[in-house]
Ligand binder design. Structure first.
Ligand code: NAP
Length: 482
């Protein structure tokens, strides 16, 4: 049986990792399609001031393409994008990317047929295998606040930053105080005239200065044998300790909370502001944010923190429940992404007209986050329940693409056209994963990890090493080979 042909949707870390893995193992017919004008995924789109990863780069990078020249602990967006582009070039997969292709539908009318992908402009592609690598955080959300269209000033989302819009001297509203806002607010605060930050919930913070690495450190990482490897391992264990705190809120979680409390108190001298920013939920329930710059930024003379509920957007600005109108020239939405919708608006239809939208109506689910019964030879990367609150998604992706490749090789060995996860295996797995959330901090508040039914559909409930272990080997008994 010949090697399968593969279509990958998404040219971010996942899509690039998949192409590298497949091509390295003889699966040569790989095409990557992406709506954007270039490869890079989230790191192409998120160019807001201060954009950087919040996982240290020695871990937030491919194990097979380690660098010793990272400029700082958590690299800024341009450095990460350049890294991904370099890796793609090094491994010869940059040429597999077709950009400007917005896939709107994927169909496999019956198991023996290939997948056919249709782009918005009507073009089609067909292949034996579909890999969906669109990630969880690719659809920016502007909340449906009354009057949102009526605003007379300029508005944009943090993930589509308008670099042509000069913020200097302007009155700016930032809505949302998640991981993105926490990075761009300190970066823009010194430029703007006045900044009103609208916070719906406070966050737990841990320190992160992210200064440029001193020259001696970069030299040491480059020249001391084993130091870079040791560093990666140390960061891994640090990240796993965050998961430990989230998994055990009544014990280890208290330590995390104490650390965060001491840090936040040291930065917050004003008791009124302290009360206003203080989170009212369990440490670790939402993403713990790493920033030593956010709380000081809130204390600038030209920054005000608004905690009243937003009731309306009006032409002049933002109206809050206390009846005040906050007049602004610019609104920046730091309101995150439609994470629980997964690959929408792409419509995926399997044999017999089975729609993935319907299949996931009660919440997305997939075996190991990758395979769905009824959708033969379709694999999802960074799919349901594979997000991490403490760790590097790149590590998960590496395990996923190896698992996908081994599954495809097993199908090839058996001379079959398609491979599909067994329904009973997927259901048992899903029940196990959901049960593992019981008692953890993730269940103790509302967050973007949960869908409208309250089910946690984005996050992996355990440690990185557990996911590594679960995906280390493909068990052919889990699959039907057609
Ligand atoms: P987010 O964490 O989902 O934050 C959205 C913010 O908007 C929250 O503060 C939310 O408040 C607020 N919000 C949403 N709807 C609102 C409404 N109707 N009215 C008022 N406020 C509203 O989004 P994000 O900051 O873009 O981050 C998303 C994820 O991207 C992160 O968790 C992280 O995984 C990833 N990220 C990573 C990095 C990195 O460094 N690697 C950087 C940025 C983002 P509530 O908290 O009350 O819901």
């Amino acid at each position: 049986m010949h090697a399968p042909s593969v279509l990958v949707v998404g040219a971010g870390f996942g899509g690039i990792a998949a192409a590298i893995e497949l091509r390295a193992h003889g699966i040569r017919d790989v095409t990557i399609l992406d709506a954007a004008p270039g490869l890079g995924g989230t790191w192409l789109h998120n160019t807001y001031p201060g954009a950087a990863c919040d996982v240290p780069s020695h871990l937030y990078s491919f194990s097979f393409a380690q660098r010793t020249d990272w400029s700082r602990l958590c690299s800024p967006q341009p450095e990460i994008l350049a890294y991904l582009q370099d890796v793609a070039r090094e491994f010869g997969v940059d040429e597999l990317v077709e950009t400007g292709v917005r896939i709107v539908a994927a169909d496999r009318p019956h198991t023996g047929a290939p997948w056919t992908l249709t782009a918005q402009d009507g073009r089609t592609w067909s292949a034996d295998v579909l890999i969906v690598a669109t990630g969880q955080l690719n659809r920016p959300v502007v909340p449906d606040i009354p009057g949102v269209e009526s605003f007379a000033g300029h508005a944009f989302h943090s993930a589509r930053w308008d670099h042509g819009h000069d913020l200097r001297g302007r009155r700016v509203a930032v809505i949302g105080t998640g991981a993105s806002a926490v990075q761009f607010v300190p970066a823009i605060a010194p430029q703007v005239g006045h900044l009103s930050v609208f916070q719906r919930s406070g966050n737990w913070f841990l320190p992160r200065r992210n200064r440029a690495f001193p020259r001696w450190w970069r030299a040491a990482i480059e020249h001391v044998p084993g130091l870079a490897r040791w560093r990666r391992r140390f960061i891994t264990e640090y990240c796993e300790s965050i998961t430990l705190m989230i998994r055990h809120p009544a014990t280890w979680g208290r330590l995390g909370k104490l650390y965060s409390t001491l840090f936040m108190r040291s930065q917050l001298r004003d008791p009124q502001l302290r009360r206003a920013v203080w989170p009212d939920y369990t440490f670790g329930c939402k993403r713990v944010l790493f920033s030593s710059h956010w709380l000081p930024a809130l204390q600038r003379d030209n920054v005000s923190l608004e905690t009243e509920k937003i009731t309306e957007i009006v032409p002049e600005g933002v109206r809050t429940a206390d009846g005040r109108t906050h007049e602004v020239d610019t609104i920046i939405w730091g309101t995150g992404f439609a994470a629980t919708d997964f690959m929408f608006p792409m419509e995926i239809t399997g044999p017999g007209g089975r729609s993935l939208t319907d299949e996931w109506a009660g919440g997305a689910h997939a075996y190991l986050g990758m395979t769905v019964p009824g959708f033969p030879s379709m694999f999802v990367l960074y799919g349901p329940n594979t997000n991490t609150s403490g760790g590097s998604i790149i590590r998960y992706l590496e395990h996923q693409v190896r698992y996908v490749r081994e599954t495809l090789q097993e199908a090839q060995r058996r001379g079959v056209r398609a491979v599909e996860v067994r329904g009973d295996v997927e259901r048992a797995y899903d029940a196990e994963i959901q049960a593992r959330f019981t008692g953890t901090a993730w269940t103790r508040c509302d967050s973007w990890y949960r869908d409208e039914h309250g089910r946690i559909v984005t996050n992996w409930p355990g440690y990185m090493r557990e996911y590594d272990e679960r995906t280390r080997r493909v068990d052919p008994a889990d699959y039907v080979f057609h």
